[in-house]
Design a protein around this ligand. Structure first.
Ligand code: 13P
Length: 326
């Protein structure tokens, strides 16, 4: 597992998240006027993973269950193909979400079948897993009971991943949606991370073999405030420094619905200010990296070259940011 962590956190690369659920990919495809089917999803993801030079900048890819057993046109499986490029394959291990009691919070599901599924994933060459737990901010949320249950599930997920030799990406995602301030996001993020790491330590989980995937600290999308990168970086590092142990395997940020430009510039500033912090910090973006490539492709074969060019350009720039070199 340590080798997997080191490979994923390689200082010149980052992680591409291609793990949209069938319902999410349906929405994303609809935005560009196409209809998602397992076959078209496969074609889309094939286009992304066959982008020239991808393995020079991408160390790991998070797949969805749908892709794990699919093949490229050549007949080669996705996991096998990525392995040949030296890219580590991971999988989204959670199974969606359900409404939590009589609240507007969504609880992540999928623990029941997790042990079996992870065993099978490990057998086909998957090396890491991801479990996203979303936390809504409002005057009342996240509620105490929700926090406890959600964090318990993340810890159980991490333990089961380790049982199968898989590196867990524990992903608490304090969401941007809402009218909250940056300060409130920082408080909630620090609280969630502290509870998470206390619980992981208490459960005896080896943190060196865990990667934290988390949100940047941002003002709510309906707050009317646009934060500067310096402010985002300071607030994010403030929350991390209060709550994240030194020996965690690495930290990767999600893009969380930020524009591509924001996600890149904020990351660059974070890296810049975190030079003396103990962690390796990188990215694991889905929307920020895929949005423009998907739009250019729009389901048409003749657009593949252009879409791949857009993707690799975006990736190269975010890798520069990951090195604090923008
Ligand atoms: P976004 O970068 O779109 O937030 O997605 C990251 C993610 O969690 C998918 O694994």
């Amino acid at each position: 597992m340590l080798q997997t962590v080191q490979k994923i956190m390689s200082s010149k690369k980052g992680v591409l998240a291609l793990d949209w659920s069938p319902s999410t990919i349906e929405i994303q495809f609809k935005n560009v006027g196409i209809t998602s089917t397992p076959q078209l999803n496969r074609v889309y993801r094939q286009m992304l993973v066959t982008t020239p030079e991808l393995n020079e900048f991408i160390s790991g890819i998070i797949l969805h269950d749908e892709t794990v057993n699919q093949q490229l046109d050549s007949g080669e499986g996705f996991v096998e193909y990525l392995g040949g490029l030296g890219i580590v394959s991971g999988v989204r291990a959670d199974d969606g979400k359900s409404k939590y009691g009589d609240t507007q919070q969504d609880m992540t599901e999928g623990l029941d079948s997790l042990d079996d599924r992870l065993k099978k994933y490990a057998e086909v060459g998957i090396k890491f897993t991801k479990w996203r737990a979303a936390f809504k901010i409002s005057d009342y949320y996240p509620s105490k009971e929700f926090l406890k249950e959600s964090i318990d599930r993340l810890v159980t997920f991490a333990k089961i991943s380790h049982k199968h030799g898989l590196v867990p990406f524990v992903e608490p995602d304090v969401e941007m949606k809402g009218d909250h301030t940056t300060t409130r996001c920082s408080e909630v993020t620090a609280q969630v991370l502290k509870l998470l790491f206390d619980a992981l330590k208490e459960a005896g989980v080896d943190l060196e073999n865990v990667i934290l995937k988390t949100n940047m600290v941002l003002p709510g999308t309906e707050s009317g405030v646009e934060a500067a990168s310096l402010e985002v970086a300071n607030a994010t590092l403030y929350a991390l420094r209060k709550s994240v142990p030194e020996n965690v395997g690495g930290i990767v940020f999600l893009s969380g619905g930020q524009s591509y430009e924001d996600s890149v510039h904020h990351l660059d500033k974070i890296e810049d200010l975190a030079r003396n912090d103990p962690w390796e910090i990188s990215f694991s973006y889905a929307r920020a990296l895929q949005k423009d490539a998907l739009e250019v492709w729009s389901g048409k074969e003749e657009n593949i070259d252009e879409a791949q060019k857009v993707l690799i350009e975006r990736i190269k720039k975010v890798v520069k940011a990951r090195k604090g070199e923008l």
